[in-house]
Design a protein around this ligand. Structure first.
Ligand code: DQQ
Length: 548
């Protein structure tokens, strides 16, 4: 066990032991008036308390004041009823105008039928919300006619219609068409199924963990889930069970027709943009009314073997919560950025200004141990080389064009993360610029895990996608490194990649950081600010028995 303990992360949310998956209940900030002036973020998650592999799932629960340091609380809900005996699955919280909370979640019942259930806090004056009550006439929704019993799950947070009803959507499929069913309710007990679908897309299969929320077209802030006006766009996100990735689409919500229409049908739900081009699934947002922002949580699984998970005794982490905004410069993309509270973990910093990284070279960055880092980097590519490069028709893709060792005129260049001295282990996080035959530049952002570990039983895919780079923009990167996870954000969070890597040598003090430029023509100038990161405090809540 201790041999593998270095893989444990230091500032990402993890239970002490065993298996975790989806974020649930979309943590909200609850404050309880002047007498109990205590604001807590609540985080619920899919959890198997008995083993480090998937199994009978219950709801884990933790609280935080800042989304970074966490206290584990007792399980919020366990599989103890006929309507959830095979698992207390994913659900969402809705904060009612009177300050009360309702939770809708999927139960897998005695026959493994997926049904929707209602739960609420036993005591709304308990800021920790330790005890939960399941409604005694559950389930409140069963699969409607035409929907298979195992294709009906993950109710969203409810939003208000202009008539004052609450509306939710639930993911499903018909044959191979992914769909989002819509229901209206006044009391969360009785529901009216609306005709049609919020959206349906052929060939995308089962939609899990649908999320649906507004983003502001005019302001740099988040919006409560019910906000709807001409100043907003809506975002729909689905998790595709078939390919295990999270896709989002920006478009317009038509309340009266109960439909969501993408701005660009080529970027439709489930076929267009992804939140993250690495390991990232079942993500959910919530509106944080304390800081007027929308925050995204995502489940980051392991990519080592199940046997290794059993040996180390735990599996999965949650991403650093990300603030979400509409990218007004592109209008097609969202921006995702680690919540500002993560900055409180920054320790000593190192600055490097305009470091020249010649074509075909590697430059060590002398910062000491490189296992817990927050890296901000900007790259300027040699203009002459950009102009001189000959355009061609070659199609580049991160995953199939040879990774960081494939040399082009204008890339790859970037960082070698979690690398040992001799570079026998390294994970390149990099840009690759391709010039088309029309002379236009296309920029790709990739993570190459193929040499991340000398171990053989780990995933070594090369991840990535195109990233829009607008006129006048430098190439910019932010990378959070935390032992076995690398979360990387390009162009302010327009394109994001999360890697799970399991080096055997590049660990603790032996883990180093380098700049690299594997282009054949273009030199690159790099400016960086790098912080060593403290560990977060993530422990059991003290003295819970003593709650007087
Ligand atoms: N995980 C839950 C389901 C959801 C899936 C069960 C997504 O409710 O569809 O643990 O990872």
């Amino acid at each position: 066990n201790s041999m593998l303990s270095w893989q444990r992360t230091s500032f990402h949310f993890q239970p002490e032991m065993n298996w975790m998956n989806d974020p649930n209940g979309k943590s909200h900030l609850f404050s309880f008036g002047p007498l109990f002036y205590k604001g807590w973020y609540h985080f619920f998650y899919q959890y198997n308390p008995l083993a480090a592999v998937y199994g009978k799932i219950v709801w884990g629960h933790a609280v935080s004041k800042d989304l970074i340091h966490w206290l584990h609380l007792p399980l919020a809900m366990v599989a103890d009823q006929t309507y959830d005996t095979n698992g207390v699955w994913t659900g969402s919280a809705t904060l009612l105008p009177d300050g009360k909370i309702v939770m809708l979640y999927t139960g897998s019942d005695t026959e493994s039928v997926q049904v929707q259930n209602l739960a609420y806090p036993a005591n709304h004056s308990d800021p920790l919300l330790i005890n939960w009550v399941k409604y005694d006439a559950n389930p409140v929704l069963v699969p409607p006619p035409g929907i298979l019993s195992k294709d009906f799950r993950d109710p969203t947070t409810a939003w208000l219609t202009s008539e004052g009803k609450w509306r939710i959507t639930i993911g499903s499929k018909i044959n191979k068409t992914g769909i989002a069913l819509v229901y209206d309710t006044k009391d969360f007990i009785n529901y009216e199924k609306l005709d049609g679908y919020l959206r349906a897309v052929d060939g995308t299969g089962m939609w899990e963990c649908v999320d649906f929320f507004p983003v502001s077209k005019t302001e740099e802030k988040g919006l409560d889930t019910s906000v709807n006006s001409l100043d907003v766009k809506h975002v729909m996100k689905v998790s595709l069970d078939d390919d295990r990735h999270d896709y989002y689409t920006i478009g317009t919500y038509h309340e009266k027709n109960v439909t969501f229409i993408p701005d660009d049908t080529e970027l439709d739900v489930g076929i267009g943009l992804r939140y993250d081009y690495g390991v990232y699934y079942a993500a959910k947002t919530f509106y944080d009314q304390n800081k007027n922002r929308r925050v995204l949580w995502g489940w980051i699984g392991e990519s080592d073997s199940e046997a290794a998970d059993v040996q180390k005794g735990w599996a999965s982490v949650q991403s650093i919560p990300r603030m979400i905004l509409l990218d007004k410069k592109t209008d097609t993309h969202l921006l995702q950025w680690p919540v500002e509270e993560i900055d409180s973990l920054r320790l000593n910093s190192y600055e490097f200004n305009h470091v020249t990284v010649q074509a075909g070279s590697v430059v060590p960055l002398d910062i000491g141990a490189a296992t817990q880092l927050d890296i901000m980097a900007e790259f300027e590519i040699d203009k002459e080389a950009l102009e001189k490069a000959t355009g061609s028709n070659v199609t580049f893709s991160c995953s199939s064009s040879g990774g960081a060792v494939h040399r082009g005129a204008l890339g790859p260049f970037g960082l070698l993360v979690l690398a040992d001295d001799r570079l026998s282990e390294q994970t390149p996080v990099y840009f690759y610029i391709a010039k088309g035959s029309d002379g236009n530049l296309k920029t790709f952002f990739c993570n190459d895990q193929s040499r991340s570990s000398e171990a053989s039983d780990v995933n070594k895919e090369i991840y990535g996608s195109m990233v829009p780079v607008l006129k006048g923009e430098n190439l910019s990167l932010r990378v959070l490194v935390d032992h076995s996870i690398i979360e990387s954000f390009a162009q302010g969070g327009r394109t994001v990649i999360t890697s799970r890597v399991y080096p055997t040598k590049a660990i603790y003090g032996a883990a180093k950081l380098f700049l690299f430029n594997n282009a054949t023509e273009a030199g690159v100038g790099a400016s960086l600010r790098i912080w060593q990161m403290n560990s977060a405090f993530i422990r059991p809540y003290p003295n819970l028995d003593d709650k007087s």
